[in-house]
Design a binder for this molecule. Sequence first.
Ligand code: ATP
Ligand code: MG
Ligand code: MG
Ligand code: MG
Length: 438
Amino acid sequence: MRLSQYFLPVLRDVPKEAEIVSHRLMLRAGMVRQQASGLYSWLPLGYKVLMKVQKIIEEEQNRSGAIQLLMPTIQSADLWRESGRYDAYGKEMLRIEDRHERDFLYGPTNEEMITDIFRTYVKSYKDLPLNLYHIQWKFRDEIRPRFGTMRSREFLMKDAYSFDLDKDSAVKAYQRMFVAYLRTYARMGLTAIPMRADTGPIGGDLSHEFIVLADTGESEVFCHKDLLEKPIPAPGTDFRGDLSPIIDDWTSLYAATEEMVNTAEFEAEVPAEKRVSARGIEVGHIFYFGTKYSEPMKATVTGPDGKEITVHMGSYGIGPTRLVPAIIEAFHDDDGIIWPVSVAPFEAVLINLKAGDADCTAACDALYGELNAAGIDMLYDDRDQGAGGKFATADLIGIPYQLILGPRGIKSGEVEIKHRQSGERETLPIGDAVARIT
Ligand code: ATP
Ligand code: MG
Ligand code: MG
Ligand code: MG
């Protein structure tokens, strides 16, 4: 992508309204634009990152055996009356009336709708287990939307829903999501710790929140330090096998959110030098809630003996539009964002130091062509502008590699590569650039 033809509305000034660094950087880097309180447009650069985050989520959901579908954002109030949550949900629910004066709502979550789909089609125990997920916009009329897309009113959620014959198999479904979540965050470069959590309005008796430690996080959390270093389950993990050893390993060390912490227990279980009491960002939340929805909504299957069995369910949320700022909170410096390669909007940026010079531009164009042909997703700063501004933009938007080429390099046949993360610079023959990056 040629920057001269791209849409990258970078801001020079630090926006006053942004309280935390990720929000400031997302505005400055032209990733998002606030349209109203808690409502954001994702501009091209931000959208590319969001798509990469979603793709990782999808790949790990699919790997674990979950199946993707797509449900609408608008839901009928009648479904929610069946579960009893229409009145219970309160002011966070955006209620809508259509022209026929029928009650609808903008979905804050989808337990009711997925249960309706399930009960319509699934009739036999032979069709279980089943885990269906989608990535769809949600709306919650948050009392205090803030920190940009970290806590917005309209936000994306990956929500998965598992259906099983009994509690034992439902717990196995829960374990599959637990492992999928560990892998998902790790692939984005994040250390997210599963912590015992309150089940809140979803209800149920088994729940973990996945928390990324950050000073700007809104939750207070307590955990054992060794959880920060635990190895992540490998890609080859057998999701059809017994995952209990992995879960036991992760849950044997103390980790709880402020709603669930018991200070006496925390201090008894964790030696003083291993105690982490910090702030964190909730980037995911998984629940097992048994028959809370299947019972009132009559989601049953016929068991092996012909009897009706009410299915056991769980739900599993991840917030992609919150993950993007969470990643920035973890990876930035004074100059801007430092994207982990896996979610970077472009793999590399090529900086033409002298776009006004015909030879320099010809050499840069040629290199750009080669990098493109090698399948590298490139940003090419071909603008006729001073080098200082180009470096500042490249640093701000956080592309992992900066390839810098000017008249001097062309003379010696060399390109300079700056690694955004380490700040290291190396000089190599122009012809070796493609191989160095791939
Ligand atoms: P919070 O405690 O931050 O309000 P929640 O517990 O209400 O979140 P869940 O119902 O557990 O959220 O939703 C699953 C996931 O959706 C959360 O873990 C989070 O990643 C994301 N999420 C929830 N609310 C928001 C929001 N207002 N903006 C962005 N992402 C959100
Ligand atoms: Mg909430
Ligand atoms: Mg929460
Ligand atoms: Mg939650």
